[in-house]
Each structure stands twice: as structure tokens, then as C-alpha cells.
Design a protein around this ligand. Sequence first.
Ligand SMILES: Cc1cc2nc3c(=O)[nH]c(=O)nc-3n(C[C@H](O)[C@H](O)[C@H](O)COP(=O)(O)OP(=O)(O)OC[C@H]3O[C@@H](n4cnc5c(N)ncnc54)[C@H](O)[C@@H]3O)c2cc1C
Length: 466
Amino acid sequence: MTPDTRADILAALVGALGPDVVTAPAQIEPRYLGDWVMALTTGRPSALVRPRTTDEVSTTLRLCHARGVPIVPQGGRTGLVGGATPIDGCVVLSLERLAGIEEVDPAGSTMTVRAGTPLQAVQEAAQKADLFFPLDLGARGSCQIGGTVATNAGGNRVIRYGMTRDLVLGLEVVLADGTIVRSMNTLIKNNAGLDVRQVFVGSEGTLGVVTRIVLRLYPAPRSTCTAFVACPDYERVVALLRHAQAGLGGTLSAFEMMWPDFYTLMTTHVPGMPRPLPLGSAAYVLIEALGSEPEPDLARFERMLEAAAGAELLTDAVIAQSPAEARGFWQVRDGSGDFPRIGWPGKSFDIGIPTPRIGAFVDACRAALVRRWPTAETAFFGHIGDSNLHLHAKVTEGEQPQADIEAVVYDEVRAWHGTISAEHGIGVVKRPYLAHSRSPEEIAVMRAIKQALDPTGILNPGKILD
Ligand SMILES: Cc1cc2nc3c(=O)[nH]c(=O)nc-3n(C[C@H](O)[C@H](O)[C@H](O)COP(=O)(O)OP(=O)(O)OC[C@H]3O[C@@H](n4cnc5c(N)ncnc54)[C@H](O)[C@@H]3O)c2cc1C
């Protein structure tokens, strides 16, 4: 981009929005220059814009559109595929000031919220109204609801409540040319033509900027039952999943499996990590049920586990006797954030394989890594009920040959007809592998939608598609 274009867009933005909203390149703080996994290493943005209103977002896009200047939308910058990383010459559009809860409607069980609101604030506002917003993930304090919509985030309770797209009833979005599309639907059922909102959910800032959202809320749970169990093999894990779904009357809210490589690493090497069950089992599962009546719910939970033991689906089980003990179980499952502390790469793979085949896939994937690097070590865990698997791989000491590891893992995923992204999106990091999981025809449809909504390609260029 020429110096003239940079100066021109900066002057136009400052003129329209003022210096309080627009920051010049030299004053942009480093945190806006990257996200959780990537940073801009060469070049610099033309400006940082932090609008407080949808109209200011619209003005920003209109001015950039007229000049062909790229825009990179940013939420909490916790995305794991580099989607919010700026590119040289772009305008960084941070949604952090467009925050706040506009309305909680207990009768309709909906919440209207601005895109820059942190996920945790959404959860707390629902709780205050004695309701429940079920989306939950480790980045809850930093990620924004708009970012979770833009990535269609998953998290721990998908098995019961679905992904973010299942929790979005309506949204307001600003198109590349500045047009504001208000699709603030509050209806559960609305089949009046194509469902416009869903085009933008999971579009990673490439089709429009999400500014306001209508969320679906649920009744607040009154009871939580949590167990940590050991199983003799993967087939029995799948049987236990179906048994728990059938036996818990729709209250199953998490079914998180850990392979022994993951469980051993976490409970042996991470200081202070609890070990709910002894080492030596073929599989470990954290099971959670959210219900409405504490005593009958616990009795049913115990009956379900006893029957599973009787059918030899599990070999050992412990039920949390307190919220603190339940948190300890979750600490093991969420220990993936502790990998850097024990000298492992922090980068985890987020892939999807049909649930019944995950056990065999894990064996094949591990074998493929060891064939290439005989000293390779792996740690597998995942949201098995959602056919979602995570993997950390350490194939050598020191710096990991990340691109080579990706090639091995994603080639296996393609061979098993899985997906290279179950919940994190594509961004920049997974872009080279999109065709491993999507057909040429599917990619052509994506390009056609992009062309229709952003013909000059200014919205988050280089993300998802090249
Ligand atoms: C510790 C940790 C745990 C995580 N756990 C999970 C998990 O369990 N499940 C899961 O699915 N993900 C998980 N994630 C990744 C997850 O994608 C993000 O945390 C979250 O969804 C991104 O929100 P954000 O506000 O940080 O978005 P950012 O990282 O800022 O942006 C992500 C993408 O969305 C775009 N974007 C952001 N806001 C908007 C907007 N308003 N309009 C249009 N585009 C926008 C950006 O351009 C970018 O492409 C985790 C991340 C971390 C760091």
C-alpha cells in the first residue's frame, strides 16, 4: 500500500470519527498487532479504530471500502488460528468499546448484547436474571461474544446445548461497504426465506462485522453431578456415552475423554495437579450432568454409573463430593493450557473424526507420527460426544517442526474423512489445509458468497480463503 493511501485513510478516519476513536500507527499498542498464536512481524497497520457505536463501525467500513483498504476485525484476540492478526497497511477494527448488555428478557429467555462484551460478562448477566448462557470456554474472561460468534466457538457443553450458532437467534452486522443489516430476530422458529444470520456465524470476520447479537438463554441449572471414570477400551467409552445419554434424561452436559498419554502427563508432571484415579487405565472420562433437582439428580447419576459398572463399561469411578472436587476434575481436563509449563508445545490440534472411529484414528495418527519421528510423544483428549479431538505432539526436543507435524496429522485426518477444524476455525494457520476437509465445490460456494458480500475483498483478507 502506498504512503499516500495510508495517509489518506488515516486522515479520513480521524476526520469522520475523531482522534479518540482513531489511533495513528506509531501510537498503536503492541497487543493490537497480534493474537493468541500470531503477530504481525513485518509492516504495520494504517490505523487502529475503536468504535463505540454501530454507526461508527459503518463509517469505518464505508471509508475503507471507498479506498480499497483492508480491515481486520478484532475481538478479544484469543482465537487460535491467527484470524485477528493484522496485515500490513490494514485498518485494525477493535470491537472492545462496543460492549454492554442491552436487554435481558426473562419471559422470552433472550439477551441482547453488543459484540465487544466479554463472554464471562454475558454468563454473569444471565445468572443475575436466574437464567443460563451455556457457552463456556477457557478464554471466557478475555474473548468477546462477537468473537465467539465470528468463530462459531464450541467449548465444553456442545453435547447438550450446541455450538455458538445454536445460541444465536439474531444479529446485526455491518457489510464491507458500510451497509448495516439488522437481523435482530428473537423468534425460535423463523423460516421466512434464507437464514441470513447463519451466513455470518463462523465467517471469521471475512463477510461482515458483527455489532449486536440476540442470544438464546436457558433455565439456570440447580444441580451439578460430576464424575471421573476409567474405561477398559475406546469401544466401551462410546458405549458409556450412549448409556449416559439414555440414562440421564437429557441432562448430560459434558463427556470429556482423556487418553492415558494425556492423563499421565498431566497428573505426573504438572505441579499441584490432582489425580482423581490411579494411572494404568486405557481411557479416562469426565462426565457432567446439569439438572434441576439436586437429590433425585444425584440418585439418577449414581444409578447410571452403577449400571455402567455392572455392564463392564467402566472399571473405576469417583463422584465429586463438593464443587471444589469437581473443579479438580476439570483442572485435569483443562490442563492442556499447562503444556508449556512442562516443556511441551502449547499448540494443540483441533480436529474432528466421527465418534465411533476416533479410537482407531488415534492409534493410526500416533503410529504415523512415530513412523516419521521415532521418539514422537503424543497427548490426546477431546469432546468425544461432539466428535472433536485435540492433540498435542512433541516429536523432538526443542523447536518443533510444526509444518511437518501438521502435514502428517492433517493427511491422516483427510484419509479418515474428518475435519481439520472442529471448533477453532481456519484463519491463517489452517488455510493451506482447507481442501483436506472441504470439496472444490464447497470451496467454490464459499468464494461465491465472499464475492457477493465483499466484492473488493477488504474484509480480513487472507483468512479462510487465499
Ligand atoms: C485458553 C483458550 C481456550 C479456548 N477454548 C476454546 C474452546 O473450548 N472452544 C472453542 O471453540 N474455542 C476455544 N478457544 C478459541 C476461541 O476461538 C476463542 O477463544 C474465541 O471464540 C474468539 O473470541 P475473540 O473475541 O478472542 O476473537 P478474536 O480472536 O479477536 O477473533 C477471532 C476471529 O473472529 C473475527 N472477529 C472477532 N470479532 C468479530 C466481530 N465482532 N465481527 C466479525 N469478526 C470478528 C476476527 O477477525 C478473527 O478472525 C480458546 C482460546 C483460548 C485462548
